[in-house]
Write a protein that binds this ligand. Structure first.
Ligand SMILES: CC(C)(COP(=O)(O)OP(=O)(O)OC[C@H]1O[C@@H](n2cnc3c(N)ncnc32)[C@H](O)[C@@H]1OP(=O)(O)O)[C@@H](O)C(=O)NCCC(=O)NCCS
Length: 162
């Protein structure tokens, strides 16, 4: 992995990240208009990892909350199949945390599907903690926020201090 480079997302990355997101199972694929928001308006808190010749191997889409500028949110973190378990997602997160620290952010949030075991292991191993809401229920030892993303759409809400 000698040639890898992490850089901020650029507008020209739209199609490549949309295609990669399509391979990001079990995450659902968004409309391109959602990726466009990040390539256009959230470049400072969104990153890609690329290898010259191999293109983009992973990306992180994040933003700082407008409701509370001390908080940030990770919308999607994805590493291309074939390049997982090589530390790429950890590097993308590290870059985000550096930017957030400089911006004075205190906490980062994200949500994940309770069935996404890999993501849950990943975030727990990187020091994220389950956030408890009024609607938290316990499923197999996991704190799950009931109806968090709409009726029947339960989520694990994770946070980490910056
Ligand atoms: C979750 C995901 C982003 C992790 O990317 P990655 O580059 O493979 O992660 P890293 O190599 O940085 O892993 C860091 C640590 O996370 C944990 N981890 C990563 N993948 C894991 C797996 N399959 N099973 C268990 N733990 C895992 C390990 O502790 C790992 O450290 P180690 O390699 O020293 O054991 C990647 O699997 C992915 O793209 N999944 C599909 C999309 C998704 O679910 N995204 C998250 C929700 S937004």
């Amino acid at each position: 992995m000698k040639n890898i480079r992490i850089r901020n997302l650029e507008e020209e990355d739209l199609i490549q990240i949309a295609e990669l997101a399509g391979k990001c199972s079990p995450m659902i694929t968004e409309k391109n208009s959602v990726y466009h928001l990040f390539t256009k308006f959230f470049k400072r808190t969104s990153f890609v990892v690329e290898d010259h010749g191999k293109g983009i191997m992973g990306f992180l889409l994040g933003f700082i909350s407008q409701e509370n500028i001390n908080e940030a949110y990770i919308h999607l973190l994805c590493v291309k199949p074939g390049f997982k378990k090589e530390g790429l997602a950890s590097c993308l997160l590290k870059n985000l945390f550096e930017v957030l620290k400089a911006a004075g952010c205190r906490r980062v949030f994200l949500v994940t599907n309770p069935r996404n075991k890999v993501a849950i292991s990943f975030y727990k191993d990187l020091g994220f903690t389950e956030y408890e809401t009024d609607q938290t229920m316990n499923i197999n030892g996991l704190k799950v926020a009931r109806d968090y993303s709409g009726p029947g759409d339960h989520k694990v809400v994770f946070f980490k201090m910056v």
